[in-house]
Each structure stands twice: as C-alpha cells, then as structure tokens.
Write a protein that binds this ligand. Structure first.
Ligand SMILES: [Zn+2]
Length: 158
C-alpha cells in the first residue's frame, strides 16, 4: 500500500489485542527543574536571562529562543508578583461535571520578564477580577512543598 493510500477496510489493519506495560516519567526539563527546586526550597521564582537579546524568560529556559544562546544557569530572581493578562472562570471539571465552586484561571505576566504562567486565582470573587489586576503568589508552607506547580496554591489580588 502506498503512503498516500488510506486503509478503507478496518479488518485489514494488523493488530494485536492485549495490554502493553508502559512506564513513563514526566520531567519539567532542566530549566523547569531549577525553577521548581528554587520554588520548593526558597519560595522564590527564577527566570533565565539572555543579555544578547535583552530578554528574561519566565518560566526559565535553557536556550534563548531568539539567538539560541545557552542561557542555562543565567538565572535571575523574579518577583512573585504579576499582573492578570487574561482570565476565565471554570464551571465544570475535566470530566464535564459541574463544580461546586467555580474556579478562576488566569494567565499572569511578571514584571521585568518576557513571559508568564497560567494558574488559579484565589481569595477573590470572579466579579471582582479584571485584566491588569495586580496579584501575588500564595505558596504552600515550606514543609508541604514538593517541587511542583501546586507549591503555588493560587494568586491573590494585591
Ligand atoms: Zn538571545
């Protein structure tokens, strides 16, 4: 069968019924790992700086996406405060069930960086949220942080 031909009769497909044991591990990459370790251990955010392009990547990267310079290790501190760039309210769970309490998800941009992140907004009603609203991260206590995005409980208005 040529590559451009499509299978017209499903039983013609070769298959093996059964289960394939698979294991996998998700990694955040080297820059993501540095970000989450810093967050877990000190409660601070970091970005990655490319001086040639005058860009601060947040979350950090290991290469500059403009000039391809290696910027791994060029970490810079980023304030745990940002501004809501856009937001939405979620009334349903991932499996289409209504939520008891709707959640607010926002893309937040951070001062002195060229990036941002999605996260939940908390300690605020949806009606009181707006684009441009200054927010700060609310972190879990250090003893409960595991080195993941949920070490940030949510962002709340300043
Ligand atoms: Zn660059």
């Amino acid at each position: 069968m040529a590559l451009i031909e499509r299978l017209q009769n499903r039983p013609d497909a070769t298959y093996w019924p059964g289960k394939i044991p698979m294991t996998y591990i998700y990694t955040a990459g080297r820059a993501g790992e540095a970000f989450f370790k810093k967050l877990r251990d000190s409660g601070k955010f970091i970005g990655a700086r490319c001086e040639d392009c005058d860009l601060t990547y947040f979350p950090p990267r290991i290469f500059c996406e403009c000039c391809f310079n290696r910027i791994e290790g060029n970490w810079v501190n980023v304030k745990n405060r940002g501004v809501v760039h856009t937001l939405t309210i979620c009334h349903e769970t991932y499996d289409d069930k209504p939520k008891e309490t709707p959640s607010i998800v926002a893309f937040i941009r951070f001062e002195d960086t060229d990036g941002g992140m999605f996260h939940r907004l908390g300690d605020v009603d949806y009606e009181d949220c707006y684009i441009g609203m200054p927010v700060e991260a609310v972190l879990k206590p250090k003893t409960q942080r595991k080195g993941g995005i949920l070490d940030i409980k949510h962002f709340r208005p300043l």
